[in-house]
Design a protein around this ligand. Structure first.
Ligand SMILES: NC(=O)C1=CN([C@@H]2O[C@H](COP(=O)(O)OP(=O)(O)OC[C@H]3O[C@@H](n4cnc5c(N)ncnc54)[C@H](O)[C@@H]3O)[C@@H](O)[C@H]2O)C=CC1
Ligand SMILES: O=C(O)[C@@H]1CCC=N1
Length: 285
């Protein structure tokens, strides 16, 4: 095993990789757009990026957009082909990019469910593939991404993908691809659960007698404030929860409901995450 370079050196390598990277982004929707914002903020050169999306006619974030890959005929192949279309679109989209397979271009997918074997089959033997699962807080550089690479991804390609994904937040690599379904269910979809919690808290506030606008404001500020606290201090979430919970007080009364063994939040969350993971496996195609 070679000795790892010092962290400053890694940062310099990443920065150089981002500045040199040539990217095609297929799908400039919510996730693709969030990734693009992060990349441009972290040193990717706008002229080095092309977005391919039939819904975009005027470019995206100062980057050129084309409706279809036919507009790119004769152009140099990108270092990374980022696939950010809906999983159900993937089979229709991949054949248009088949020529980029076989090496030289890394296929980086953020699609839920779609597995590495499917990309290898579509792009051909030897194609470097990274399957990643980001989440929408990437739009404000607070994303959590988990990624898994096939053996054809070189160290250089991995450094570039690492830098691209880290540009929008935190990143973890896993070696076991089957973990990606549970990852998708926890962090990929997870922001939606938190937003729903916020909506439910506001509704409950109205039921408890608050005006709707005040209830919505309290719920939003409470969830984002709790998130910021969790992010700032080192205490585990359980410690932070206990810090709010006075013995015999109001929080304890609420937690007794939320922690009920049969119909409390924990079994409900377990079922929700299991449903999302099952759906991720179903989307494999
Ligand atoms: N939204 C989220 O929270 C997350 C989404 N993802 C994944 O990201 C992918 C995209 O999801 P969203 O951005 O939410 O969807 P979206 O609907 O916002 O974006 C998809 C984009 O693909 C474009 N598109 C459709 N057909 C195309 C084609 N033939 N060629 C190029 N572009 C085409 C659409 O015009 C649209 O702009 C999905 O595979 C999803 O699983 C992953 C993590 C989180
Ligand atoms: O709902 C979905 O399928 C995508 C993947 C994770 C978040 N959104």
């Amino acid at each position: 095993m070679t000795e790892a370079p010092p962290s400053g050196e890694i940062a310099a390598l990443s920065q150089a990789a981002l500045a040199a990277a040539r990217l095609w982004l297929v799908g400039g929707g919510k996730m693709g757009g969030a990734l693009l914002t992060g990349w441009l903020d972290h040193g990717v050169v706008p002229d080095h990026v092309t977005v391919i999306d039939p819904a975009l006619s005027e470019g995206l974030g100062g980057v050129r957009a084309v409706a279809a890959p036919s507009a790119l005929a004769g152009e140099a192949r990108p270092d990374v082909l980022v696939l950010a279309v809906k999983p159900q679109m993937m089979d229709a989209v991949m054949p248009d990019y088949r020529d980029l397979g076989g090496g030289g271009t890394v296929v980086l997918s953020v699609a839920a469910g779609r597995n590495i074997g499917g990309f290898e089959a579509a792009f051909g033997d030897g194609t470097p593939v990274v399957r990643a699962m980001p989440n929408t807080p990437a739009a404000v550089h607070r994303g959590m991404t988990v990624a898994c690479a096939n053996p054809h991804v070189s160290d250089t390609a991995r450094t570039l993908c690492d830098a691209l994904l880290r540009a929008v937040g935190d990143l973890a690599w896993v070696e076991t691809e089957s973990l990606m379904d549970a990852v998708t269910a926890v962090s990929g979809s997870g922001p939606a659960y938190v937003f729903w919690l916020t909506e439910c808290l506001a509704t409950a506030g109205v039921e408890a007698g608050l005006p709707a606008d005040l209830a919505a404001r309290l719920a939003r500020a409470t969830v984002s404030g709790a998130g910021a606290l969790m992010d700032t201090v080192e205490d585990e979430p359980g410690v932070l929860r206990r810090n709010v919970t006075s013995p015999g007080g109001t929080t304890a009364a609420a937690l007794e409901v939320l922690m009920a063994a049969q119909d409390g939040l924990s079994p409900l969350m377990t079922r929700a995450v299991a449903a999302a993971a099952t759906r991720s496996r179903d989307l494999a195609g």
